[in-house]
Design a binder for this molecule. Structure first.
Ligand SMILES: Nc1nc2c(ncn2[C@@H]2O[C@H](COP(=O)(O)OP(=O)(O)OP(=O)(O)O)[C@@H](O)[C@H]2O)c(=O)[nH]1
Ligand SMILES: [Mg+2]
Length: 385
């Protein structure tokens, strides 16, 4: 009796987690070489996903070793998070990125204007976010059509996705195609912010950070899911109510990406009707309708982009508790210790605690230890020994 496909993926994941890319490639080759041709159904699906993963790892390796040509699809990360736009041609991706950032991206009324990804920085709630304008999604990306797999890889490594839907055309067909192409590329577009993030690690304990109170049941849910997946080392962030399926989804071979929908050209006739249609058909995705001409709903869009990433803003405070101007963006659920590590590793080693003014403090200037969980808007004065 062969192992169920899910079980097999667990084993493979366990072997590759925390390994350098070259080692991951070797492991995947070994598994694929042994793959019996008559494996059907879920095995075929898993095999395709492994082959995808392998192709992308090899690309990354080639670029890293410098043996490949410079990769125009490689986008250097910047800011607190990276959100890639995904949409059909002429849907208004470039217009949107141009209006939200200072990116030098071209807008055109002809198809396939954008040929390579172009990043731009948007400042949202005082935090720099990177938005990536992309070439359009076409049918058959995973098979190499149009911008092909490099575009899928760009989506796979982004922190979040914005699906751009043109409200002058059939919105449901666009959504259907975008979702199908992403899934064919082993990417699962999760509706909205991830309520829980699970990152298996090579070694170490299971560390849980939580932005909400964790009930006994939820703690047990996490323990059981990790045990069943045979994961002994992981970093877990809980940002909101979650179910077992939310954990499972992240441990599958597909990349689970927080996703929202942006309907464009809401200044055009019947756009409102089409947007309503879109919302009814996909009620779980956060969605907003905009147009770049008069920037309608841009503040809402910016807030949604920020919320998608699961970040909070922490301010460094002076002795008097007065917050500094610039927030430090931190993942929801981060502790005083995490903040110190994010600022400077040496600082973290000497950290004894902090004084807190703001939502997570019981009273202004409360003295807390390194494991204290911070909240959006906190002002923090770190204390060193
Ligand atoms: N009326 C209106 N037109 C828009 C809006 N956004 C984009 N357009 C028009 O739609 C066309 C396509 O816009 P782009 O931003 O180049 O579209 P794209 O998605 O980047 O297209 P590709 O690069 O080909 O994938 C241009 O003629 C824009 O002027 C909008 O909000 N309202
Ligand atoms: Mg474009």
């Amino acid at each position: 009796m062969p192992l169920p496909a899910k079980e097999l993926w667990r084993r493979i994941r366990q072997e590759i987690t925390g390994q350098p890319e070259s080692r991951q490639i070797a492991i995947l080759y070994r598994y694929l070489a042994d793959w019996p041709m008559d494996f059907k159904g879920s095995y075929q699906v898993l095999r395709a996903k492994l082959a995808d993963l392998l192709a992308d790892l090899e690309r990354v390796e080639a670029v890293r070793r410098g043996s490949g040509r410079p990769d125009p699809f490689y986008v250097k990360r910047s800011g607190a998070g990276q959100i890639a736009l995904a949409g059909l041609t002429n849907s208004g991706k470039s217009a949107l990125v141009a209006a939200l950032t200072a990116a030098p991206t071209e807008i055109g009324d002809y198809p396939f204007t954008t040929q390579v990804p172009i990043p731009g920085m948007a400042e949202v709630k005082g935090v720099p976010l990177q938005l990536v304008d992309t070439p359009s999604v076409v049918e058959g990306l995973a098979q190499g059509e149009g911008p092909g797999r490099p575009l899928l890889q760009l989506f796979r490594v982004a922190d979040g996705l914005a699906l751009v839907v043109d409200l002058t055309r059939d919105p449901l067909r666009q959504m259907e195609m975008l979702l199908a192409e992403l899934r064919a590329g082993s990417i699962e577009p999760y509706p909205g912010r991830l309520p829980i993030v699970v990152k298996p690690k090579g070694k170490g304990p299971v560390e849980v950070r939580r932005a909400i109170e964790l009930g006994k049941e939820e703690g047990e849910l996490i323990r059981r899911a990790l045990r069943e997946a045979e994961i002994s080392a992981a970093q877990v962030w809980v940002r909101g109510p979650f179910g077992a399926e939310d954990i499972d989804l992240q441990l599958e071979a597909s990349a689970c990406k927080p996703t929202l929908i942006v309907g464009t050209k809401n200044d055009e006739p019947r756009a409102g009707e089409r947007f309503a249609q879109l919302r009814t058909a996909h009620p779980l995705y956060p969605a907003v309708d905009v147009n770049f001409l008069n920037e309608t709903h841009f503040p809402e869009l910016q807030t949604m982009l920020f919320d998608l990433l699961g970040l909070m803003r922490i301010y460094r405070a002076g002795e008097d508790g007065k917050p500094g101007e610039e927030p430090t963006p931190m993942p929801l659920g981060s502790t005083v210790g995490d903040l110190a590590r994010a600022i400077d590793h040496r600082l973290a080693q000497r950290l004894t605690g902090a004084r807190i003014w703001g939502p997570s403090a019981q009273f202004p200037g409360q003295l807390v230890g390194p494991s204290h969980t911070l909240a959006e808007g906190d002002a923090v004065l770190l204390r060193m020994g």
